[in-house]
Design a binder for this molecule. Structure first.
Ligand code: PHE
Length: 478
């Protein structure tokens, strides 16, 4: 049987490589520690893990199923699978999300390039944690260098996207990614062996549930108060915003909720088993996030830093760890190079969503589509980058432009995107189609499929819906 192929990946390893490359990036190394650090550490990690299992894996699988079944971009896939219905709006939402995400992601990706240069120049040498903090603030509050690096990063991203999906990505994930993981593990070892490191491990692995459940014990203990007011009190004092942030981080880290994996799914060969592919990608991604926490928090606490240091957290703590390592100078250079490459394999997956859409729906050439996509994203990105400097005081809902984009991307776009994707899979695509697609390349046990469908149809939508309602309507925007 002839298998129709678009610009595809070479079999299972190829797509695992590309999608893993998309998933593993700044989300794991930069965003996870900083958001977990600001939101209670252990309790956040626990929620994050629950969401990976309960929502992340089912959504990722749904995206692969949708993309491969339709063999189209994020927008076209919904139009193909549900013609004449408004489901295409999910695809549109994803394309807008790609703009939002890449605009601030490219700011941080640019920082990794600056840090390669700083590592080469030996800028970190001999600096205290405090001085490294100032170093970061000084660099990001400027305009020229952060903007230059952001633009260079966008050019690199566009260059890879123009070259096509297959080349380069596989090689990185198969060769460099294992090297990167080994380096992260070495950093973890150094971090946890610093005197005073145990505080950091405690912060990460001992959940403080009072961060989530904020009910008043004495209120619940009063006999004169009825059951309903007590239940009401319990639910209305839950810290929904932390739950939403954990959900948003899970979605962001797995690259789900905006069609990146629908787009990549459309390039997956028909004989690639989607179930095991999804499980391995999600496992690898989660492992790296946890390792990143183990790398950052013990060292941070040992060196007297605070976990709620915000977006600069890892850019201050990492150089501090390098200085405590033998060969730290070379190690630092290699680490930031690999971090930049990890970011690049993520940025291309985001830009690819826009490019595949422009190319297939508006019939633009790949080059033209890439230039338009990358160009307009860079323009929005400039505002993100400058919001650490000249636009620092310009805030919307109390957030700088960067923080707003970051917040909206994960907690609004990806969260709602994930919700609509499971709704589509469970209620529109249906079990038969899902089963047919998931069983290609190897039969999956019917019980596993039934459980998956149950989660996709009921559990995931209810969970996401409840968190969103709690966070936006009970607690208000935070
Ligand atoms: N998952 C990527 C990371 O962790 C970011 C990303 C989000 C990529 C959404 C694609 C889509 O860095």
């Amino acid at each position: 049987m002839a298998i129709k192929q678009r610009d595809g990946f070479s079999g299972k390893l190829g797509i695992i490589a590309a999608a893993t490359g998309s998933a593993i990036g700044l989300g794991n190394i930069w965003r996870f520690p900083y958001v977990a650090g600001e939101n209670g550490g252990g309790a956040f990690l626990l929620l994050y893990l629950i969401f990976i299992l309960l929502i992340g894996i089912p959504v990722m699988m749904s995206e692969f199923v949708i993309g491969r079944r339709a063999e189209s971009n994020a927008f076209g896939s919904f139009r193909k699978l549900a013609p004449g219905t408004p489901w295409w709006m999910i695809g549109m939402l994803g394309i807008v999300a790609a703009f939002v995400i890449l605009s601030f992601y490219s700011t941080v990706a640019g920082w990794t390039l600056e840090y390669i240069v700083q590592a080469i120049n030996g800028t970190f040498t001999g600096k205290t944690h405090e001085q490294l903090n100032n170093n970061f603030a000084e660099f990001t509050s400027g305009s020229f260098r952060p903007l230059l690096w952001q633009i260079i990063f966008m050019i690199l991203t566009a260059a890879v996207v123009i070259a096509g999906v297959k080349k380069g990505i596989e090689k990185y994930t198969k060769v460099l990614m294992p090297v990167f993981i080994i380096m992260i593990i070495l950093m973890c070892i150094r971090s946890v062996s610093l005197p005073g490191a145990s505080e950091g491990l405690k912060f990460l692995f001992h959940p403080d549930f009072s961060k989530i459940f904020m009910y008043d014990q004495s209120f619940l203990a009063q006999d004169t108060i009825g059951l309903f007011p007590k239940i009401n009190h319990f639910f209305s004092t839950i810290n929904y915003s932390i739950i939403l942030l954990a959900l948003g981080q899970a979605a962001f880290s797995l690259s789900i909720g905006m069609g990146a994996l629908i787009t990549y799914g459309s390039y997956i060969r028909k004989d690639t088993p989607l179930f095991s592919t999804t499980v391995s990608i999600a496992s690898a991604d989660t492992l790296i996030a946890i390792l990143s926490g183990v790398m950052i928090f013990p060292a941070l606490m040992a060196l007297g830093g605070k976990p709620d240091g915000g977006a600069g957290l890892v850019f201050v703590t990492l150089p501090a760890i390098f200085q405590q390592m033998p060969g730290g100078y070379v190690f630092a250079i290699a680490f930031f190079v690999l971090l930049a490459v990890a970011a690049l394999t993520s940025t291309i997956s985001i830009l690819e969503v826009v490019v595949a859409y422009l190319k297939e729906e508006l019939n633009l050439s790949r080059v033209y589509a890439t230039l338009i996509g990358a160009g307009s994203i860079t323009i929005i990105g400039v505002f993100c980058t400058l919001s650490f400097g000249p636009f620092k005081d310009f805030t919307i809902f109390g957030k700088t432009f960067f923080d707003l984009m970051d917040y909206l991307a994960a907690n609004v776009f990806l969260t709602f995107g994930a919700l609509f994707i499971v709704l589509f899979t469970g209620w529109k695509l249906g079990k038969a189609n899902f089963m047919d697609e998931i069983n290609k390349g190897g039969k999956i046990h019917p019980t596993i499929i039934s459980v998956l469908i149950f989660i996709i149809k009921y559990i995931a939508p209810i969970a996401v819906g409840a968190v969103a309602i709690g966070a936006f309507f009970i607690k208000g925007l935070t």
